[in-house]
Write a protein that binds this ligand. Sequence first.
Ligand SMILES: O=P(O)(O)OC[C@@H](O)[C@@H](O)c1c[nH]c2ccccc12
Length: 268
Amino acid sequence: MSTVLDSIIEGVREDLTSRMAETPLREITARAAEASPALDAYAALQGGRSDSAGVRIISEVKRSSPSKGALAEIPDPAELAQAYERGGASVISVLTEGRRFRGSLADLAAVRAAVDIPVLRKDFMVEEYQFHEARAYGADLVLLIVAALDDAQLRDFLALTHELGMNALVEAHTEEEIERAVAAEAKIVGVNVRNLKTLDVDVAHYEAMARHLPADAVRIAESGVDGPGVVADYARQGADAVLVGEALVKDGEPTEALRRFRAASLTR
Ligand SMILES: O=P(O)(O)OC[C@@H](O)[C@@H](O)c1c[nH]c2ccccc12
């Protein structure tokens, strides 16, 4: 059965083909080599479970999504990222997929230039080229979606990510996907409570999955935060960090919203 994820990836591959024709692999690898070294996103995210700073927040720049359609115009992604940084975000996530999320690599570069904290390239990574491209545009962290990759790809892409000096957020949805992430030696593991095959969101799913996450992995809870209460829930269930998109892009005062989310995690 063809899923939403399959159809997104089909579009991603088409767009990638035209970028590769425009900028060949050797050129993009050269650009990646010239970029300033990646920031340590692992260090920025670890410890949220135990230290006094509380759960870390990965704040997302996202205009649109396949489940909700248009969310926010975001004419100036750099400005939004700075508002997140002021509110205490630990990492900024930038959607770079164009068709469904209306993001771009230009957004990534603009955000990278505007903030001092690590930046995640949020996309559907299915070819080696995209990892060099991520680095060339300043990404410190990339997303690897377990459901979109086989075990060999997962291992190879993780190795390439580390070779390029970046970290990977390895995203799982089921117990089996968590096992595959762990077997590939993922250091940062996310549980997305939105199933990318059906787009259903179930916040309680994090609790069911969290006990399968190894103690030494940095644990991320992704999706479904509609207010401080869910941040506090994820924190109680042992998340080191929470990834928030919609609730922040739709809030007229993202800095304040972020401060509230961070404060909520300290009420454990
Ligand atoms: O807007 P939300 O419900 O806060 O979700 C953010 C984030 O988790 C979501 O954008 C996401 C999680 N994994 C992804 C993979 C691809 C695209 C998007 C995503």
